[in-house]
Ligand binder design. Structure first.
Ligand code: ADP
Length: 403
């Protein structure tokens, strides 16, 4: 009741006051209309940026068309986005003296600009004929354009790299196919005469009497066999590299396999003047491996120990249990591995120059061991010190390794 009386007691506004509040109201309404125009422009532009079906050119043309309606005098406003080698303009575009512009930066570098022109002279405002709010708006539009153009460039780069990678991969696969095909033919060409040579030298060996010729026949047979094994090894390395070497793994008692290997190679090691020791940890679990391929790895390591550590006198083979694998060590007490080839010991072909000079070998035995061990999901490495012998280690999984 008191309040009503008080309100009722308020004096009517004078004519001057009423005029000034009307002007204020008009100004507020005008400001509000301007802000609504800006918001509409930003909203429209956001839609363009989010539309994944539009190309960058369509987005830029769409953006520039949204600009004039957001400025104070749309009917006399035109605009342009100017990039390095192209531009996007409104239908009524013409350069004039009444210009507001903002640089477009992409990754911090100037990439172009966005410009707004009045086609006629307009009353002065905050920045020439332009409002400070219009400066803010052009700044925001330029910033968003910079982001979009940057993202578009990055996407183009990714697409380019993707296609390039696919192209290279296809080329590589084609080359691999040619290489595999060539290797298959080469192996056939080499092995056909070699197989008959082995068979005939075997016959010669069996039939020949007389120490001198018997020795010769044996030598021919051994050399032909050796060559055959080298070719097989090389073939396996190439098949391993091209991913077409397959294993036939199964659960196997590794202790039994090592025992039989020691027996099998005893004559050879004795010939080298060496003895062999087998140390197996008790209750070794079964390994999951291809027995033939495991034999191949072991034979290579034992052969090398015989070949390079003759003066060592002894070869020790150890089998130890690890958490998910069995570790096998082939240890000799020879001269050790030359430090200059240690880093590339398991790489095929790396040591050709070194081997040509000293051992005459191709250096593919250990490369093949690595291929075979890794195909099993295991690891192979060596430890060696000059004069202290060498140890080669590799692991064999106890269960199938899912890749
Ligand atoms: P290859 O025996 O055909 O030359 P490998 O790949 O089997 O090729 O061996 C590579 C090289 O590693 C050998 O030439 C030799 O120099 C060195 N090497 C391998 N095993 C031993 C070893 N037990 N002791 C000393 N050196 C070794």
């Amino acid at each position: 009741m008191d309040r009503e009386r008080q309100n009722g007691a308020q004096a009517e506004p004078s004519g001057e006051e009423a005029a000034s509040s009307q002007t204020r109201l008009r100004e507020l309404t005008r400001n509000l209309t301007e802000r609504v125009k800006e918001l509409k422009c930003l909203y429209g532009i956001s839609h363009l940026f989010e539309d994944e079906k539009l190309t960058l050119d369509e987005i830029l043309q769409g953006v520039i068309n949204f600009v004039p309606p957001a400025w104070q005098f749309p009917e006399v406003t035109c605009a342009r986005i100017k990039l390095k080698n192209r531009e996007f303009v409104t239908a009524n575009f013409r350069e004039t003296a009444w210009k507001q512009s903002q640089d477009i930066l992409v990754n911090g570098k100037r990439f172009g600009s966005i410009e707004v022109y009045y086609l006629e002279e307009m009353p002065p405002s905050d920045e020439g004929p332009f409002l400070k709010e219009e400066r803010n708006l052009i700044y925001v539009i330029a910033e968003r354009l910079g982001h979009t153009i940057g993202r578009n460039i990055a996407e183009k780069n990714v697409k380019f790299l993707y296609h390039r990678e696919r192209e290279l991969r296809q080329k590589l696969q084609q080359q691999m196919r040619v290489r595999v095909d060539f290797t298959r033919k080469l192996m056939h060409e080499l092995k056909t005469p070699l197989t008959s040579l082995i068979a005939m030298s075997q016959l010669l060996n069996d039939e020949t009497r007389g120490e001198k010729y018997e020795k010769l026949a044996k030598y021919i047979w051994e050399s032909a066999n050796n060559l055959n094994n080298r070719i097989e090894e090389l073939h396996d390395v190439i098949r391993g590299e091209t991913g077409i070497l397959r294993l036939s793994p199964k659960q196997l008692k590794i202790g039994e396999l090592l025992h039989s290997l020691v027996e099998e190679t005893r004559p050879q090691t004795q010939q080298c003047g060496m003895t062999m020791e087998l140390e197996l940890e008790e209750d070794l679990p079964e390994a999951y491996a291809d027995p033939e391929r495991l034999r191949q790895v072991m034979l290579n390591l034992i052969n090398n120990a015989c070949k390079y550590a003759r003066e060592g006198g002894k070869i020790t083979i150890r089998g130890t249990r690890l958490e998910q694998a069995i570790q096998i060590e082939v240890k000799d007490y020879g001269p050790g591995i030359p430090s200059e080839i240690q880093a590339t010991l398991f790489e095929p072909g790396y040591q050709v120059a070194y081997h040509e000079e000293r051992t005459g070998g191709l250096g593919i035995g250990l490369a093949l061991c690595k291929t075979l061990v890794e195909l099993h999901g295991g690891r192979i490495w060596a430890k060696s010190r000059a004069g202290k012998g060498s140890s080669f280690y590799f692991t064999v999984p106890v269960k199938e390794v899912k890749s």
